[in-house]
Design a protein around this ligand. Sequence first.
Ligand SMILES: Cc1ncc(COP(=O)(O)O)c(C=O)c1O
Length: 416
Amino acid sequence: MNLSTTILTTSLKDYCSSNGEIVVGNHPLTHIEKLVSGTPFYAYDRQLIINRVKQLTDALPAKISLHYAIKANPLPSLVQLMATQVSGFDVASKKEMLLAMQTGMPTDKISFAGPGKTVEDIETAIIAGVTLHVESAGEIAKVELAAKQLSVKANIAIRINPKFELKSSGMKMSGGAKPFGIDEEQVPDILQKLNLEQINLRGFHIYSGSQNLNADAIISAQQQTFMLAEELVALSRKITKRKIDYLNIGGGFGIPYFAKEMSLDVKAIANSLQILLKKHKALVDDLEVIIELGRYLVAEAGIYVSKVIDKKISRGTNYLVCDGGLHHHLANSGNFGQVIRKNYPVAIGNKLNGEVQELVNIVGPLCTPLDILADKVLLPKATIGDYVVIFQSGAYGSSASPKDFLSQPQVSELLL
Ligand SMILES: Cc1ncc(COP(=O)(O)O)c(C=O)c1O
């Protein structure tokens, strides 16, 4: 049995009003439902996001610039809020780039990463003055050609696939063969061949992974990142004779989703970064050092709310059938990279203190056994019309879900 109540206390405290109701930005669920004209919906709490960014920037050394990876949650109002909170954006498509630019964020604080950039992506990034994180020799050739044709110098950083990996990561994105970045051993050759007439090499991007709750693993990857950066910067200065001003050391900070997971020890990471910046002072003095984070900044600031529309018992198992499901929240259903499905923290939103409890399976309206909202959870007894609230839903929610699957109604999103 998977008792989601164990983690609920930590999730709930951010959303519980003094009279024991779930609220987002002081608005109870009934009001939010009216604002967005019905369930299901995502609601994001702007104050929680502001608090999270502040806590982190207070903890990190002042030398570190914090960038927001828009892929975690590209809701325009949220990205606009982020523009006032962080010092740059990481984008993964032309659409995200245009969104980032329209917030007024200076374009030299926007980076565009990801394999398979099209000529259109590249041309528009060059025109915009955004820094392209180049991921292969072929991509560099495309950038050089586009820059020549546009008669505009392209700002690039070389994304490195280092030999090391980020241990204990939910998603490893470095070490071994990877579609991301250029293998570190190929960099000398790449630097020799760079056409500096067309290209302004700003620096390097070393991104190792995502969703990591192990501070020691992140610290170890950062130590190796700085060592590698020393080599890369020295090599590029020797070969290109140009100044480097940019080092993006990735991120990977995770958040707890499941019972028994603990919040990341950010203090330990911040302390280690302080030491690393001292140790590599000569290197970093001339560089902007960037950490890019998505999930850590927004995931805990959002909830996904659907409504019970049917209740049934099948051979002794209680089912709550809701109007929302995996088509809006694929990650919660367990189909977004989880090996063994586990429940996100969940509550019956309007019955937090219901005395009679019931063991239930909560499912969505899709005709597939994959459409699970929560599996075997002990919750206050629910009836039709009750709210099912999934916490930790501010990142990789709506935009990471197959919204057209089975042509069900779309989900609303609101930042409050
Ligand atoms: C290059 C890059 N930057 C940033 C992120 C954001 O990761 P997270 O949301 O876990 O912080 C990712 C995630 O895949 C990424 O690939």
